[in-house]
Design a protein around this ligand. Sequence first.
Ligand code: CA
Length: 334
Amino acid sequence: MRIITLEEHYTDRRLMEANNSLSIERPPMSPEQQEVMDFLRKRAFPGEQLLDFDKRIAFMDEQKIDMQVLSLTSTVNDGASTEDAKKICRMANDITREHMDEYPGRFGGFATLHLMDPKEAADELRRCVEELGFSGAMLAGRQRGRFYNEAEFLPIFEAAAELGVPVYFHPAFVPREVQETYYLSDAYSYVVGSELSSAGYGWHSEVGIQIARLILSGIFDRFPDLHFISGHWGETIPAFLERMDAILDQDITHLERSFSDYYKEQVYITPSGIMSNDQLEYLVKVMGADHMMYALDYPYVEVGDSYAFLTEANISDEAKELIAHGNAERLMGL
Ligand code: CA
């Protein structure tokens, strides 16, 4: 069975150097923040695997993955100027294309965009799709604390709709004030609070909120051909669809359709390396296999045998084909 995976990250020394060479004033790290950095480096920072494409190809061959759609692991330092951010994003997109050329057929790309200037970001997305052959854009977290449903970001979604490519929403660290109010506590360590605010829960719920806000802002009425991709099995939203339809009904949203109609028709979900059979079976029932795709979050997650996870799952053969490759081929022309 052909396997295409969609949330597969890399970085490149040229980009690390470009980011490091920016002159950015950073507040000094507190001892607690330093503790978290040390912890993350020890546990979760797979530096070499992000850089090494021989290792990546070996992993793909071992896991029977035909194609990864590449994305940069993190975009640009938040304090960068618009010009610097734009330059680094262009560079990242050109490097993604280099990898696609070096290993024909093995890689696709999601555009890395600088959102300080959404109109320019939309132009860069056009370049990425029309000239570099990319499959869409990946947006991380929020833009300096702003959610993407604000009107200033419309040009990006307008471009994605016109180009017929999806936008993949990826988590990023939540703003400091959110971390302090919601996640840090004297009752447990700073590392626990920090992990709770990020990969343990918080940044996932923030992506769920991001997509809910976009839907409620009427983005899909405005762009009926626009599609989103949400990792981590939908970042908590699918379990709440009945509730959201009941509370956020059309009497108060004044949208053309119910919340769940938009979600089930214009959002696709992926596992992002959360290898849970229960989630897979449940979400085939909720979303339908025609709105699910595959993603392993390489190289951040130990996925075991990801081929067997899908091909031996307790779902129909037709569903497996759609999730493994059929939907990605249809949605992104891969
Ligand atoms: Ca990821």
